[in-house]
Structure formats: structure tokens, C-alpha cells
Design a protein around this ligand. Structure first.
Ligand code: 3PG
Length: 393
């Protein structure tokens, strides 16, 4: 793909698609991580003398309507404070066909999803967006799995379409972890359900040397070994799939290790009492909420020797401290390992932040769904179109 860093942006109208879809609380940005991650791109464009226009979505508003709670106004304020210069929020940015913007100025276009046709990747809307600029910069890795007007269509029609530095860095880090990794390559996939991560599990199990499963996902693997899982969350209809995945991994010389012990509770609550049990001792009213100390120690050993680690999903209910030890141990093992490590996904980042290992992970992705789709081995449509444009250039 063409990279923004390689273009001369002086005096150019530069339209940057970023993922500024951040959580808000009472109308104020509650976690600005994605805005911070987007900042270097904006600063680079400003320094190059560009006329900067930024697009982003926020949440999932009703198309064709202005809904106050989905306005990017809090984001404009946050960004303005970071940049130490005004950021003008442009409401009807598609109306005049030409946003007034000077070199050195930053204009934030109101939520792209207020526009009819954004999600459907409407051609006319895409063309109108493309008309606004000389250069379109796709920098929203977190939304690169969506083929929408502001991520895909606009890139078809803009005079020049390129990848921004954040998108480029994300793709490089992911390629380093998955395309040509230092071995052994270990992936940790946690979360509540096998069904929502099935494609990730299938795709990763073929690439990695060890696939570590945790959370509700591990429960189905435990059940697949013939053990009782009591009242735990698990998916009976996927037991055979789990058996198959493990057998295939073993046939390739790898494995999907199944926990030998777990931490159980009797109900899902902050004050639920935690009890460590062997997987052979689970009774009808037990609920598995974490991997046990022996299993965690085994994972630490695997992670210690890893060359590359990919982490998506906690291995237990780490929001409750008594069920957080497994996730904490995994986090610490990743932090202490010399491996190239990459983490992504909302819950994973919450764990990274809870156990304060941000600085010890080689790369933290800003993508949730996009990160998962990359792990699934899918081509991200917004990247695909940039490649097509580069091939035509
Ligand atoms: C995300 O938060 O994963 C991205 O911003 C994409 O949002 P979406 O799932 O609403 O498209």
C-alpha cells in the first residue's frame, strides 16, 4: 500500500479516517486510548503543512438522524486539548461539497454514521466524501474490517488513497506475529464462548505451536475430555469441534492444553467464594470461573519459552479478584517473557491495564473486531482496497 509518510502533503486537503470510537461517560471521554493512538498521524499531517479533515464513527447511531449521545463533540474537545489547538467540529460537512479548512487547521467531521448510506458503503456517499480531499488517509485499524463508505468506498474514489502510520504500524506488528514469527508461536484465546471465537481458534490452531484456551472456551474443552463441568458456561454442541481441534493440533505436533485444575464458585458474584479443584472433582452446582494454579504454572512455563505471543481474551472472570489469578499469571508471564508479544480486544486491554503491563507488551492493538478478524486470517476490506489502489497507481 501507499503510505502517508511517503507523500508530500504540503497545502493538500487531507481527509483522515480514524477510529475515534471511544467510550463516553456523562458526555466526557472515559478512555482516550484510541485518540492518543491517532495523535501522531494528525501531528505528522499538520507538520507536513496539510489541511486536515478527520472522519470517525462513534457508537452505532440510527442512520439519517442526529443523535446527541453519538456526537463527536467530546472527542473534538479531547483532541483539541491534546493538540493544544482548536479542533472545529463540522456538522454538515457533506453539504457545501467543500469544507473550509486552512493549512495547519484541524476539522473533525461529525459522526460518519449519521449519514444515510455509510454502513451500506453507498457509492454516491463515498464519492461525495472522496470529493472533499486530495489525499484520503485510512488510519482506522479498529474499523478496517468494515466495508463502509468512510473506510472503503471513499478509498475507491479519492484522488490518492493511502495508509496512515497507525494502520501501517498495526499491520506490521500483526504480520510480524503471524506471518513470519519467531518460534515457538503461542496464542492465548480466552473469552466466554467457543462459538464466537471458533474461526479464530480454527485459524490460529493451524499457525501456532501452542494454542492456549481460557474462560468459557476452556470449559467446553474440559467437557470434551469427558469431565463434568457442573453449572459452568459451556457449549455442548461444540464438544466434538473442540475434540477435533485438539486432535488436529496434536497431529501437527502442537497442542491445545486443557486445564488440569480450575477455580470454581457457586454463583456469579463479586463476593462468591472461590475454591480450587481438580478438573476431575467438579460437581453439579460448581461454576468454573478461572484456571487453577497448576494450570497457570504450566502456561507460564509455555509462555517463558515462547518466541512470539498473541493474546486475545482473559482466561477467567478477572473482574472479580478471587477469579483473576489465572489471567494475572498469564499477564505477568507475557510481561516477563522476551517474546515479541501482541495483545488486542476490549477485555484483554482491560486486563493489561488492571495488571499494569502496558509497557511490557511489545504491541497493543487498537482493534477489537478488526484484531479478531485479522487473527481469523480474513482480509480486512479497508486494507484490501488500499492494496488495489496501490496496484493501479
Ligand atoms: C470497534 O470499536 O470495534 C470499532 O470502532 C468498530 O465499531 P463497530 O463494531 O460499531 O463497527
Amino acid at each position: 500500500v501507499i503510505k502517508m509518510a511517503d507523500l508530500d502533503l504540503a497545502g493538500k486537503r487531507v481527509l483522515i479516517r480514524q477510529d475515534l470510537n471511544v467510550p463516553l461517560k456523562k458526555g466526557v471521554v472515559a478512555d482516550g486510548t484510541r485518540i492518543h493512538a491517532s495523535l501522531p498521524t494528525i501531528e505528522m499531517a499538520l507538520k507536513a503543512g496539510a489541511k486536515v479533515m478527520i472522519m470517525s464513527h462513534l457508537g452505532r447511531p440510527t442512520e439519517g438522524e442526529y443523535e446527541h449521545q453519538y456526537s463527536l463533540a467530546p472527542v473534538a474537545n479531547y483532541l483539541s486539548a491534546l493538540l493544544e489547538q482548536p479542533v472545529r467540529l463540522e456538522q454538515n460537512w457533506l453539504e457545501p461539497e467543500f469544507i473550509p479548512v486552512e493549512a495547519g487547521e484541524v476539522v473533525l467531521c461529525e459522526n460518519v454514521r449519521f449519514n444515510i448510506g455509510e454502513k451500506a458503503n453507498d457509492d454516491a456517499l463515498s464519492r461525495r466524501m472522496a470529493k472533499l480531499c486530495d489525499v484520503f488517509v485510512m488510519d482506522a485499524f479498529g474499523t478496517a474490517h468494515r466495508a463502509q463508505a468512510s473506510t472503503h468506498g471513499v478509498a475507491k474514489y479519492a484522488p490518492i488513497a493511502c495508509a496512515g502510520p497507525l494502520l501501517a504500524t498495526e499491520l506490521e506488528a500483526l504480520a510480524k506475529a503471524l506471518d513470519n514469527p519467531a518460534r515457538p508461536l503461542v496464542a492465548i484465546v480466552g473469552g466466554s464462548k467457543v462459538s464466537t471465537k471458533l474461526t479464530v481458534l480454527e485459524s490460529l490452531s493451524k499457525k501456532v505451536d501452542q494454542l492456549i484456551v481460557g474462560g468459557g472456551i476452556a470449559n467446553t474443552f474440559i467437557a470434551a475430555e469427558g469431565h463434568q463441568v457442573g453449572n459452568s458456561l459451556y457449549e455442548e454442541d461444540l464438544i466434538d469441534t473442540c475434540k477435533k481441534l485438539r486432535a488436529e493440533a496434536q497431529a501437527r505436533g502442537g497442542d491445545i492444553p486443557v486445564p488440569v485444575d480450575v477455580v470454581c464458585g457457586k454463583h456469579f458474584a463479586e463476593n462468591a467464594e472461590a475454591e480450587v479443584k481438580k478438573v476431575t472433582d467438579i460437581v453439579a452446582d460448581d461454576m468454573i470461573f478461572d484456571i487453577g494454579p497448576k494450570s497457570a504454572a504450566a502456561l507460564t512455563e509455555i509462555l517463558k519459552n515462547a518466541g512470539t505471543i498473541v493474546w486475545n481474551g482473559p482466561v477467567g472472570v478477572f473482574e472479580f479478584n478471587q477469579f483473576g489469578e489465572g489471567t494475572k499469571e498469564v499477564a505477568m508471564a507475557i510481561a516477563e517473557s522476551d517474546a515479541f508479544s501482541i495483545a488486542g480486544g476490549g477485555d484483554t486491554l482491560a486486563a493489561v491495564s488492571k495488571y499494569k503491563i502496558c509497557d511490557d507488551i511489545s504491541y497493543i492493538s487498537t482493534g477489537g473486531g478488526a484484531f479478531l478478524e485479522f487473527l481469523e486470517g480474513k482480509k480486512l476490506p479497508a486494507v484490501d482496497i488500499l492494496e488495489q489502489r496501490a496496484a493501479q497507481a
